[in-house]
Design a protein. Structure first.
Lengths: 618, 340, 340, 618
């Protein structure tokens, strides 16, 4: 079933936001739209937004949940600065989301819900659909609740059940408006409700009803089409960052031939990784829901001591609790991986909002000189690669490694080109086995890694621990000379990882007036902004770090080729501080701590303010 | 291996590491170390399969002196490291060494959770009722009113009874021994090892520097028979130098009685360590000198599946039911599409 | 104050803060909040003297809704903050609000230590046997085998019995109530408040989103009289819709009996909450449905000096004995000399 | 009783180290010597060294304990780079301490203990007193054990008791050698052993015996005299850093009129502070020995919420455990003070050895943007001032404040000019009391501090916590704008402390070729080194930071007046990183991580390598 082909306008890119009460199914509608667009061949990028950790009363402002999807005929890097179309399932959804809408945007409002009571809950004095306060927007009131109810009146469902399907009506309407097929969603409905055909039937019916309503009603003079994007050939699926992270860790287990052991204490937005990995028992993955974060990392360290891939995961406050034990992993030089899916802080902060403010904690949040390796994915699908990379580094260099993801990456999604296992980097794990002249703190010449000698190996019995150990023999040592040597070994060991990681790539000219340097989930916004600025002829290039400690070897060189460096971050300048200290470059920052992703437009604006020259097309 | 070569016979010496032992002369820790080393060869486990994990404290130094795998970790966290190790490597024999500070103060939470999960470990808590390593502050097992540097006017805390707490956490194996009774100690440790599940052993250990004589009142050789009571499975609870005193229950209240005068062994409580109901074990655990003789031995040994074996079973079951995982199939889960 | 102006009479409303309550509709937390607010005016304490301290969890949101002083702290640490506050400000009435995750998982250590120290607090643990706030993972009180997102094949952990654990830590006041029995709840909370010392109250609370009906089996109105038993001090333990069943002890084993046929009230266990020996309280605490009726009410209320009062006394005694401190004299303690 | 006055040589400064088995009483002997020299009027500085956390077998190398005291006729800043005289009570003590001795130093060796067995325990193949391996030193073998035993054979003490007194014999000998009075020690003996006159008598006897032995024997051709120093007039006592810290906190309590509440979990080398404060009950001080560090800081936060001076103390690993809760204090803006007496890390590290490696942990060891104030004393007696300063800042600015001491400061001692209470800075504490328009997150215009509104105040009932709070009203807020405002408020609040602290002082010319910038316990070594270099005519000045966050306002200006900046630290460059990042100054480091204090000589050498010009005498 496709939409009528007349009155179609072609667009390059569209951004839709589904918003409603937590119970209104906006997440689901958004995900289905995303899948459908992706399967059609668009590039897509998404951003869910849960307003708070706990559920608020129906219809209230804090109860609003939303899902934004951007789909495009060219490669895109972000879910879009601001929606072209907002589906507002109730007044509260309109109120909370309106500030993000540019003038001229379309608002599809479920007019049934704009009742006195609901308006009151949303702090509206009068009905915005009627009081002209929305002048400047294209407002399309649709009585979604009642039309859905009418479509399903013979469905055999209870009124509550019927009401729960209204997101499908809205979704159908959007499918029509953006000329997308219902097929994938119909397929999904069938699988999802196999055991409950009545519900399946009802969902399909109202989905179609929404679609036909779009076709029939004269509400939308035109509808839109976003052609396929020119993506690299391959087999694709849509994936969130947390899913990709979990798959990456599992892949690391298969690649290294060592079982994965994940210990974690639930915390938003990292819990998904535990849920995902818990599904992988048939791969030999063991997961432990620990009593707290201290226990979780302890268990991961124990597993690493035993020869498994010891892994623990958390978010900021939990990372703080793991500090002391990370120090133990540094001292015992065990290949533990710690993932922090960052969120807004300090303290409990805003658990469902985003921030990149665990970088300095990851670098320095321990007593003593306690270096660890740190990597940070830039996109949801890159979480897969960086999860593998974290273990590759940890195992090769016998060093605890922190993977810094964030809530935006974790819950956001994008198409992922499904890799074939053979394409993935294999990494061998060499356990020590030879008792002859075995020393637990002997050093690999190249990496300075100590041997991994696991219990069960005859003749290698030895003791490790948190007290300073003598170089080589690994017995407790308090001598001045040895401590100095060991502190430097540990530092040098991490520094040498730089020999083993790719150079930083510059997008755009390799030199020029301005380099925009970023890390983590700001990648999309930065890349888009730099592209836009370059299209405007500005002399600006971009580079994005994935290795935060150590930095790629060529970073100093890259920085030196630009007159100025701009570092946009969702914090008060954490990477910037490291860069300034290391390279004495007067890098400037674009720092936002709003809990929301950086906008392309604000980066472009900042770039424009900093750059005078036009780009020389190389 | 094809020919059934006999395992090399190990001796106590094989379990002595090359590290100089660094406890104060006269410290009770020596005896526990010696008995532990003595027990090892008798377990018939290859040395490389044995791991000692400890926290921080004088007691927690023990792993350095054992010629096995060892991990001297951080304060209070040994149970967590042991849980990770044992769950991922059920083939190993994992021992946790802790102190009254390490295990009951900073590590209290992990202790109760490892016990309730019933991870198959032996947990030996050296109770000297003091923080030894940090030079003598009162600990959770110190008596109220204890004068130490950090409590010059006497401590205010009511003490913890380690065995009661363990039973409150529903530990499946709870025992108590004293460092000075080497025979009792070694056999208690052996029992703990034999138990499948989390075995908790409290050992009264004298810190002769900061809390000398903490247990002398009832462990001193001269008075021990009269002031302690050995609990043995299936046996009536008799004690006394003359074995002329016994323990019976009056309702839920333990009572010391003199045998004779119409009171016979058959009136006494017969110890049953295997009970699922921890009530009697708890009653015994709470008996303290001078009101009661202090019970020594295995208070409880109740068998149920261990955490590590449940975890392994779940993996095996998943494989049996769902088939061994296919990574590429998992990658391609859900809706996928092809771009050519 | 010179004239004895009567205290203003407060009502429930005075304890309702201006914050919109943000629990899921139908959540059991509402009832607990309502009863707590209802109880407050009856305590005859000025509102400004009351402080609610919580950790993190749905339950731990409660302080926001109380128009008293409040502190919504970090996960698991509420008992520590409350200890600091109460010890430094014994004049305040300090309440701790926690959940089965907050109090028994991450906060387990602080919970047992605050209980053993007997700090004068009321600690209310909302037990919904799930992590609500983080969207439904199993908790330490979840039944083994529980299927949640983090345990898709069933959880492996043996559950904790909160009251048993509290008694294992030698808590002086242990009680249990259910959110749906408002009368019972409010009177239990009142009792907890009256007790001087650490009062631990477990409240069964339904999380209708992630663990709906967790307690229905025995708390549902229709079956409650038959499947729960109200323990009341000085009263024989009788239950049943017809009040025709009772509980007696066979040795240390609780037994449910039908009254009549020669069995009378006098055969039943008479509840004595004041016993120093926690054995019977522990036996009761461990009774679980369906084997037994689930006990509700005050299991133990044993009086002994509280930590905060001991601490205050020690300060006062020191002043009485040593005289109020003279700072400059202290500065000049020991050998001193003068340079001119 | 004084020494014969003939054959006396006058010296400016002498450094003695008493070393022996842990049971040999070297600490006591050293302390008595220190007191005596101080009372006489020398400037003194000490450094105890305990080799390991636990006692080792008698006579073994790890069992050696030592106490170094330097006393002088001019102001001194360190316990001396290297001893002029070593008292070695056994072979192990000689072996471990010999590397620190300069050629020509005097070694007083207890020859009785150089037995076959003891030599073996100390890994000596032959007796160093006899095999000429000590050529180049002035070796004076004295049969201390037997002479002590002979002196006390009629004392009525057991042999073990007698043996325990031999440190007094050695001390007596040193008193003779350096012409010091026995009186203070005799007084001390009397007080200490009031209850045990036999022991008192014995100690006095052997002390005198040692003294007379010096006088009589021909072992020492000359003895020495170090004249009084020219100290500022005043009433003095000797004080260790930990004692001074405890007194400072107590003073802060009296100055602010608020009771002190200290919660801590024992940890080396911070435990002394708990022991000290526990003695102060009669001042209304309450101390709580918590179950762990998480509980300790929780209790301190609770006490601060209630209006007390909430204080917690620990060392590095414990600071790591407090990370999460410090974040809570940041968010709730409560005036909690946290002291870390730093030690060698990472992890358990070397608990009795020194390091300055908690600075970055203190700055950044938390999730989110989580600024705190940080102060650091430079000398043992300055611990008193900085303890007061920490609370002054915390209370005035409503901000958690970290005091970074270290093991060297904590256990080291120096003369302290006893202040009169009236000279100390009073600071008023203003609780909010007026319900009219009360807002828990209202801001003081000058400092941005929020009001301290404590339970018990009618009408001010309010709720605080770790979730982001709305500016002013303090209710939970998840809005982007508010979060951005609050993050900046918290940062600005800490930044504004700079308005309220003294400028950084430069010792030496205010500009020149090299500035040596330091912080913490390296003060003594740096000051001495710079004095020496200046005396050699080099263009170098020194400056020492006490306020680590925020920095004094003039720091940038000070730095800009020098061509180069050298930052000596007992870490891998933690302050250096902050300075480079903030001021883009290419500061170089002198970084030692040996667990031992920096030496004056190594700093002088580094300075010489960096400076070419001669100083222009201003
Ligand atoms: C995080 C942390 N806090 C505190 C310490 C200091 N510490 C080391 S051992 C110990 C107590 C040891 O007592 P216990 O467990 O009874 O052992 P014992 O020395 O008596 O055998 C303490 C407080 C530490 N090492 N780490
Ligand atoms: C240090 C830390 N770890 C984890 C979390 C995430 N977290 C918040 S509440 C919670 C569990 C809450 O369970 P419970 O105490 O039972 O409260 P409920 O929501 O069920 O009332 C968890 C794991 C956190 N906020 N902080
Ligand atoms: S301090 Fe006590 S427990 Fe520690 S080694 Fe010495 S005697 Fe043993
Ligand atoms: S998730 Fe459960 S416990 Fe939390 S508010 Fe909702 S119903 Fe209540
Ligand atoms: Mg101990
Ligand atoms: Mg719960």
């Amino acid at each position: 079933m496709t939409a009528r082909s007349d009155d179609v306008r072609e667009l390059e890119r569209v951004t839709i936001r589904f918003a409603g009460d937590s119970g209104d199914g906006s997440q689901l509608a958004g995900q289905q739209f995303t899948n459908t667009a992706a399967i059609f061949g668009n590039d897509v990028s998404t951003m869910p937004d849960y307003p708070a950790e706990i559920r608020a009363p129906a219809g209230s402002l804090p109860g609003v949940s939303s899902f934004q999807v951007s789909f495009s005929s060219h490669e895109i890097y972000t879910p879009g600065d601001s929606p072209d179309t907002l589906v507002a399932m109730n007044p509260a959804a309109l109120k909370t989301n309106l500030p993000d809408l540019p003038k001229g945007a379309t608002i599809v409002a479920n007019s049934d819900e704009f009742t006195e009571a609901n308006l009151h809950k949303a702090d509206y004095e009068s009905n915005p659909l009627e009081d002209n306060s929305l002048a400047g927007y294209r407002v399309i009131p649709v009585p979604i609740t009642s039309m859905n109810a009418r479509a399903l009146k013979n469905s055999g469902l209870s009124n509550t059940q019927i009401d729960r399907s209204k997101n499908m009506f809205a979704l159908g309407l959007m499918f029509w408006l953006y000329e997308r097929s219902l097929e994938p969603t119909l397929r999904w409905i069938e699988t999802k409700f196999t055991k409950n055909p009545t519900v399946a039937e009802a969902n399909a019916t109202t989905l179609k009803a929404g679609f036909y309503f779009g076709e029939t009603a004269e509400l939308f003079p035109v509808h839109y089409r976003v052609p396929k994007a020119n993506l690299a050939p391959g087999h694709y699926r849509n994936i969130t960052g947390n899913e990709a992270t979990a798959l990456g860790f599992l892949a690391a287990s298969k690649l290294s031939g060592r079982p994965l052991f994940y210990a974690s204490y639930p915390i938003t937005p990292a819990t998904d990784i535990l849920s995902e990995l818990a599904r992988f028992k048939r791969f030999g993955v063991k997961t432990l829901q620990a009593e707290d974060e201290l226990a979780a990392i302890g268990a991961a360290i124990g597993a690493a001591f035993g020869g498994s891939l010891g892994l623990t995961g958390t978010s900021g406050p939990g990372l703080a609790l793991k500090s002391e034990a990370i120090g133990l992993a540094v001292m015992t030089e065990l290949p533990v991986v710690i993932i922090s899916v960052q969120r807004s802080g300090p303290s409990t902060g805003m658990p469902t909002k985003n921030e990149q403010a665990d970088l300095l904690q990851a670098m320095f949040g321990r007593n003593g000189e306690s270096p660890v390796a740190i990597v940070a994915p830039a996109t949801p699908s890159e979480c897969f690669d960086m999860a593998i990379e974290a273990f590759r580094i940890a195992l090769r260099h016998m060093v605890p490694t922190i993977l810094l993801s964030d809530g935006y990456l974790g819950a956001g999604s994008e198409p992922w080109r499904i890799p074939s296992f053979d394409d993935l980097p294999k990494f061998e794990v060499k356990f020590a086995t030879d008792p002859e002249s075995f020393q637990p703190y002997a050093r690999d010449e190249e990496t300075l890694a100590r041997p991994w000698a696991i219990p069960g190996t005859p003749g290698l019995e030895h003791r490790i621990g948190g007290l300073e150990k003598s170089d080589g023999a690994g017995t407790v040592s308090y001598t001045a000379e040895n401590h100095e040597i060991m502190v430097h070994h540990r530092a040098e060991k991490v520094a040498r990882i730089a020999n083993d990681i790719p150079d930083l790539e510059v997008v755009g000219n390799p030199e020029g007036e301005l380099l925009v340097l970023g890390w983590g989930s700001t990648y999309g916004a930065i890349t888009s902004a730099v592209q836009r600025a370059r299209a405007d002829g500005l002399s600006v290039s971009a580079a994005h770090l994935r290795h935060m400690n150590p930095f790629p070897k060529n970073l100093g060189d890259v920085l030196s080729r630009f007159e100025r460096v701009l570092i946009p971050e969702m914090n008060l300048g954490q990477l910037r501080m490291l860069i300034r200290a290391r390279y004495l470059v007067d890098a400037v920052g674009l720092n936002r701590v709003t809990g929301r992703p950086l906008k392309i437009a604000e980066i472009v604006e900042k770039i424009s303010g900093l750059v005078r020259r036009k780009v020389s097309v190389a | 291996m094809t020919t059934a070569e006999p395992l090399p016979v190990l001796t106590r010496k094989d379990f002595v590491s090359d590290q100089e032992v660094r406890w104060c002369p006269g410290c009770g820790d020596y005896a526990i170390l010696a008995q532990t080393q003595k027990l090892m060869p008798e377990l018939n486990i290859p040395r490389e399969k044995i791991v000692f994990i400890s926290g921080i404290g004088c007691s927690s130094r023990l792993p350095y002196y054992m010629n096995t795998y060892g991990f001297h970790s951080i304060h209070g966290r040994a149970p967590t490291i042991a849980t990770g190790l044992k769950s991922s490597r059920p083939d190993l024999s994992v021992w946790v060494i802790t102190g009254d500070g390490d295990g009951l103060s900073i590590g209290g939470n992990h202790l109760i959770h490892v016990l309730r999960r019933n991870v198959d470990l032996v947990i030996v808590l050296f109770n000297n009722r003091i923080y030894g390593l940090t030079k003598g502050q009162y600990s959770p097992t110190s008596e109220q009113g204890k004068i130490t540097k950090t409590s010059p006017l006497g401590s205010l805390d009511y003490p913890v009874n380690a065995c009661s707490l363990a039973l409150g956490a529903n530990a499946t194996f709870v025992a108590r021994s004293i460092a000075t009774d080497t025979q009792h100690l070694v056999s208690t440790l052996e029992r703990a090892h034999q138990h499948k599940g989390a075995s908790f052993v409290e050992v009264f250990q004298n810190c002769n520097v900061y809390n000398d004589g903490a247990f002398d009142e009832f462990t001193d050789k001269a008075v021990r028979p009269d002031r302690t009571i050995a609990v043995e499975h299936g046996q009536p609870l008799i004690f006394g130098k003359e074995r002329n005193r016994g323990l019976r229950l009056n309702g839920v209240t333990p009572e010391v009685v003199d045998l004779g005068n119409g009171i016979t062994e058959s009136d006494l409580l017969v110890h049953d360590e295997t009970l699922e109901d921890p009530t009697i074990a708890s009653i015994l655990a709470r008996m303290e000198y001078p009101e009661f003789p202090v019970p020594l031995g295995v208070l409880r040994a109740f068998q149920k599946p261990t955490y590590d074996e449940l975890m392994e079973d779940q993996v095996q079951e998943a494989i049996a039911k769902q088939g061994e995982g296919d990574l590429e199939a998992l990658f391609a889960e859900g809706d996928t599409w092809v771009v050519d």
